[in-house]
Design a binder for this molecule. Sequence first.
Ligand code: SAH
Length: 348
Amino acid sequence: MKELIDRLAQQQNLPDGELLALIRNTDSETERYLAQTADRVRRRWYGTDVYVRGLIEFTNICKNDCYYCGIRRSNTHADRYRLTEEEILRCCRAGWELGYRTFVLQGGEDPWYTDEKICNLVKRIKGEYPECAVTLSIGEKSRESYAAYREAGADRYLLRHETANENHYRQLHPEPLSCANRKRCLRDLKELGYQVGAGFMVGAPYQKPEYILEDLRFLQELQPDMIGIGPYITHADTPFRDMPSGGLHETLRLLSILRLLFPGALIPATTALGTIHPQGRELGMKAGANVVMPNLSPAAVRKKYELYENKICTGEEAAECRFCLERRMESVGYRVVVSRGDVKKQPV
Ligand code: SAH
């Protein structure tokens, strides 16, 4: 396996059979070597820098019914909320003071937030903080809508493709959602000049190694700037209540494989990873990640943005999250930097 990993690091690619063998491998010695190699590549591109994104979960109202997600439309137990423009701007102000230079506006697909409202919001944030990047993560929209947000000043867009396999996509999402439309969205976003993030859940129900291989091939074709992966985590108020959550090691190995396939990508150690293990995000860094996304949402609503159970950091204030993460990153030899944290096209 070591020879395989060395070759992956050199060529940023492997043939299907070998990549699949690596995806399937669960040997801890291989995992260690993968992480070491991925960290070396990460340091060549980004040194020990950790980019932070201030995450504002501004609405948990959603018109979609994804089987895995705790804020799906049919979950009548979810306590719904939506932040006002003023509340969102207050989050940004707090974030600016804490050194955030990227704000991520994430939410369910909430029709109350019309394109006009989103555009106004983006314009206001960019008006107050021209040095900051604004990232949207508000799901599937028409090309025209994406164009309007971009025109308003949005810099980046996060839209995990969830799975590149059509049958698997259907197992995770009811109609009218479709794999084809999800991919169309990502291609439109790229063409419109966004820095684009895609990704998927590790250990999602019905996932197979072959599907993960398809995910990796899709990502190679798309060439996103950001790749977000985290373990699937069960939520009791969804149809997948009896499905097991994804694992720590499975996620870490994939993080390393992604770093080797996409040396310059922005890869977060996600909150979901921190949820399944107390040192999940630190281990994620050591396995090749270079971004963390601490929560900037008002403490009062954090618990309500419950995509999955036992989500961490729902009791803290923004400042606590910021400094907690800084300490955590330092404890494993990395350093949180005050920067927009744009993607690099070449090593340092
Ligand atoms: N509505 C937006 C934002 C979705 S939430 C959109 O469609 O893009 C962000 C991500 O959380 C999703 O893309 C999904 O991959 C992840 N997620 C949802 N439910 C989850 C669960 N139960 N466990 C782990 N991750 C989950």
